[in-house]
Design a protein around this ligand. Structure first.
Ligand SMILES: Cc1ncc(COP(=O)(O)O)c(CN[C@@H](CS)C(=O)O)c1O
Length: 406
């Protein structure tokens, strides 16, 4: 019997009752953003209805309540990542800003000829910030290749380290392939060269438990909207020792202690990296999303998703002319695929007409598409509220597309 009651979980997500083009919505684009449980919707409404005030500065009751709620969300994020201290939890807009912050503030100290190791599996959010840094500082980017199955080519990793290597920055789970990378192994390899590691956790946190102390990584980035929370809020975990030595990312209120035209002193961690009025409601909504996840049986959710992935892989493999892109041994419930004779954008439209929401394109991972010699793929990305029936509808629609267009 299923330890996972998907019908009960679906009742927590009002939007899943929607119909699209006259069909029940089958939302299979969770890697782009996830849907939000009622508890998160209630938290956002409650905050603005009862507690709204600016944080950290006010001396009145509402300001106190807003500050307590905001900092409680930070504690939830700390607990979620098992960080050592809330001083290591910086609220940002999302994964993209988190990586830009590290590139700008931590990377700002890199010298010409210093090296950053990336991989061919990265999302643009973990490529372009390092290219912007390269333009400013003359650093060198080294790229770890991937294999035809969509795994990192670990044999090539030792050769990429040099005495100039300053950082290894790598995706924990690929948004284009679904691959779960062996991040503990990657961190151990970097540690042997005394090289810090940033992990892009955007696609990992909705599926896997993350323990940054066990992983021993130095930075970990994720976005609230991929974790059943609001958009515009995310978290950068940074090892306290490293954050302490980093200059501020942006200047303004909240991040200062004293300001004069002669000299300004900065706030301590983590507020030094949080200039201006933060996304208070977003942080509270993220904290509630984390509490929602913590209340679920996450082992059962992971097992359910893995069964859904196995079922979907079996169903799609039987569709004539369909090729799955990314066959790593360890994957989250995400399948990229192409079909001979049907462009992914046409495929997306056909599926949409049947209420099926998938993504078509390069998924902000153009180097991955280039590696496979593809302009684009279709991508179905599942969460623990998707069902086998939705997979059946997807497979039937793919068969239909094949008969109609190929
Ligand atoms: C691995 C990875 N790294 C960074 C990001 C950026 O997250 P932001 O919240 O947009 O900052 C994403 C977001 N990927 C979405 C939008 S392109 C997708 O459809 O796959 C990601 O998957």
């Amino acid at each position: 019997p299923d330890a996972w009651d998907v019908a009960a979980v679906r009742r927590d997500f009002p939007i899943l009752e929607r119909r699209v083009h006259g069909h029940p919505l089958a939302y299979l684009d969770n890697a782009a953003t996830t849907q939000k449980p009622q508890a998160v919707l209630d938290a956002l409404d409650h905050y603005y209805r009862h507690d709204n005030a600016n944080v950290h500065r006010g001396v009145h009751a509402l300001a106190e309540r807003a500050t307590v709620a905001f900092e409680a969300a930070r504690e939830s994020a700390r607990r979620f990542l098992n960080a050592g201290s809330t001083r290591e939890i910086v609220f940002v807009r999302g994964t993209t800003e988190a990586i830009n912050l590290v590139a700008s503030s931590f990377g700002g100290g890199f010298a010409e000829g210093d090296e950053v190791i990336l991989t061919a599996m990265e999302h643009h959010a973990n490529i372009v910030p390092w290219q912007l840094l390269r333009e400013r500082t003359g650093i060198v980017l080294r790229v770890l290749p991937i294999t035809p199955d969509g795994e990192l080519d670990l044999d090539a990793l030792p050769g990429l380290f040099s005495p100039r290597t300053r950082l290894l920055s790598v995706v924990h789970v690929s948004n284009a392939l679904g691959t779960i990378n062996p991040v503990r192994e990657l961190v151990a390899a970097a540690r042997a060269h005394d090289v810090p590691v940033l992990l892009d956790g955007a696609q990992a946190v909705p599926h896997l438990r993350v323990d940054v102390q066990a992983l021993d990584c130095d930075f970990y980035a994720f976005s609230g909207h991929k974790l059943f929370g609001p958009t515009g809020i995310g978290v950068l975990y940074g090892r306290e020792r490293l954050l302490e030595a980093m200059p501020p990312y942006q200047g303004g209120g909240e991040m200062i202690r004293t300001v004069s035209f002669e000299q300004t002193t900065y706030a301590g961690l983590p507020h030094r990296f949080e200039a201006g009025t933060p996304d208070i409601a977003g942080a509270i909504g993220l904290g509630r999303a984390i509490e929602y996840l913590e209340a679920l049986d996450r082992d059962a959710a992971e097992a359910y998703e893995q069964r859904l992935l196995a079922y979907a892989t079996e169903c799609l493999t039987q569709v004539p002319g369909l090729r799955i892109i990314g066959q790593a041994r360890d994957k989250v419930a995400l399948i990229s695929f192409v079909m001979d004779g049907v462009h992914p954008h046409d495929m997306g439209t056909i599926l949409d007409r049947r209420g099926l929401a998938v993504r078509a394109g390069h998924h902000c991972a153009m180097p991955v598409m280039t590696w496979y010699g593809l302009p684009a793929t279709s991508r179905a990305s599942m969460a623990f509220y998707n069902t086998p029936e939705e997979i059946d509808r997807l497979a039937a629609a793919l068969q239909y597309a094949r008969e109609m267009l190929a």
